[in-house]
Design a binder for this molecule. Structure first.
Ligand SMILES: CC(C)(COP(=O)(O)OP(=O)(O)OC[C@H]1O[C@@H](n2cnc3c(N)ncnc32)[C@H](O)[C@@H]1OP(=O)(O)O)[C@@H](O)C(=O)NCCC(=O)NCCS
Length: 167
């Protein structure tokens, strides 16, 4: 990511582009418009739809952090989705953004915080948040083995967002 983009506030025009990133290392992983097919019997958006996008967004954000740190590409599987909180209902027609932030990197795991927000006529509504952990796996020999997320020869200890260094 170009540093000029990283320094831009969300929705602020930077060099003629609307930036999808902002300080504090939030990353816009997914942005989607909610459709009638996504509703529950009450007519609001089904929580499982939000969970599915949250899982996808966390993975997109995790791959982003891995690329950003200069680590090798990994196959990631979701191992845990914790502390999911649905703060507000989501409505058909909402434009919903899934923002991710790095929480922790272990030997084989990476944990992402996902914030889900709607932009309702320029007003941001905080809808849902969750913490999702992914594990790097090697599926090449028909087995499922966990692998070091930073690459095979990296001896560094577990890290948080504050201590991961980027090239
Ligand atoms: C992911 C998987 C390979 C991990 O296997 P495992 O035997 O638990 O592996 P380990 O015990 O060595 O744990 C691997 C890492 O996952 C982390 N982990 C395991 N369970 C966890 C949990 N419930 N919450 C958070 N992290 C967890 C461990 O802390 C470890 O992290 P580290 O290497 O950074 O220290 C296995 O659980 C699996 O295949 N799960 C299904 C994944 C899947 O199909 N996801 C899609 C859902 S439909």
């Amino acid at each position: 990511m170009r540093s000029a983009e990283r320094d831009c506030a969300p929705q602020r025009k930077c060099g003629g582009l609307v930036s999808d990133t902002q300080p504090a290392d939030r990353y816009l992983a997914i942005k989607v418009v909610m459709m009638p097919r996504d509703t529950n019997p009450h007519g609001t958006i089904f929580g499982g739809v939000i969970l599915s996008y949250t899982d996808q967004a966390g993975a997109v954000g995790a791959h982003h952090e891995i690329r950003r740190a200069g680590w090798p590409h990994q196959t990631l599987v979701s191992v845990a989705m914790k502390s999911v909180e649905f703060h507000r209902p989501v409505f058909v027609g909402d434009t919903v953004s899934f923002w991710t932030r790095l929480v922790h990197v272990g030997r084989s795991s990476i944990t992402m915080h996902v914030d889900v927000e709607a932009d309702r006529y320029g007003e941001i509504t905080h809808l849902t948040e969750a913490e999702v952990t992914y594990v790097a796996v090697d599926l090449s020999d028909g087995q499922r083995r966990t692998v070091p997320i930073r690459g095979s020869a990296d001896p560094r200890p577990p890290a948080t967002a504050d201590t991961v260094t980027h090239p």
